[in-house]
Design a protein around this ligand. Sequence first.
Ligand SMILES: CNc1ncnc2c1ncn2[C@@H]1O[C@H](COP(=O)(O)O)[C@@H](O)[C@H]1O
Length: 345
Amino acid sequence: MESEIAGPAAAALASLNASQIAFIAGLPKAELHAHLNGSIPISELQKMAHEYFRTSNKSASDVVQIGITKLQEGVVLDEIYDFFDLFPAIYALTSSPANLRRATRAVLAQFLDGPTPQCAYLELRSTPRETPEMSKMEYVRAVLDEVEKYPQTRAALIVSLDRRMSAEVLHECVEIARTLKVKGRRVVGVDLCGDPQAGNMDTFSEHFAEAKRAGLGITLHIAETTSNSDAETLQLLSYAPDRLGHATFLNDEAKMIVRRKKTCVEICLSSNLLCKTVAKLDDHHIRYYLRQDHPIAICTDDTLPFRTSLLGEYALLLAPKPLGLGLSEGEVRRIADMGMAARFG
Ligand SMILES: CNc1ncnc2c1ncn2[C@@H]1O[C@H](COP(=O)(O)O)[C@@H](O)[C@H]1O
């Protein structure tokens, strides 16, 4: 998998010696923030695309072809909002139960298989999606069937809620997560994700309260861009999340709340650099949390467009500046331990 990584993570990894690479590879690591449809290996997507072209009309095939070519060549984003345009092509390929399962298997294998797996434990997340071939419940069941082929100590699922969802759909998705959990299926939490500019967060409170009552962990993408207002950030914090995604632009009041509650922050270094919400590693908010000895978890976000791996993200911690943060092996080990401690499962 390492051969497929590129950009900042690949440069950091290339700067490490064999013993440093063996050190990060051997650390027990948890991947807690990985979006299923953003983490499909490109080779798997290409195979699915070939089959898709045989059975689809020209205009549908064109959308997929353009998307796959962009992903193959390496996505260059002017700003984070361009990122969400990548998904229609991927979604066209993972809209059948068979392909969704196949994609899920490939993502799980990417993180968990092989002699030195990327991580000891994976909390994969995905948004229930209704397609002509499956309901949202069937979608989540299909993903869970694959997740549950791994031991409980290795893999679990977080159900993502998209900021664009209506109250009705939010209710439906939380209900799916709740009922499956009650039946003993391995759903451990809910997430809030999607285009950071979309949606009105006023309507979300009752759905997260419901998820909390069901014993599900709550993780929220929060303050991912400068256009997320302070009022919205404080509102999301009032839902008492257990973890936060990105938390790039927290004001002082929000930072105090997060520190007081010791809420773990899921840090996605390559994602923030490539989406240009952080200009360079040296400016990254991880530095603030490290100074405060605040719980963080190092995560990949979307390995496919960001062409990274968990090993690559850890290389960004250990590599000397400016390629990495220049942390010591002791500091990196402590960060890996914090990630493992923040698991929902
Ligand atoms: C760059 N950071 C990000 N910020 C916000 N949402 C993101 C994201 N990266 C991915 N997603 C969300 O995850 C979906 C794809 O996986 P699933 O279909 O759920 O498996 C995207 O459509 C988007 O809603």
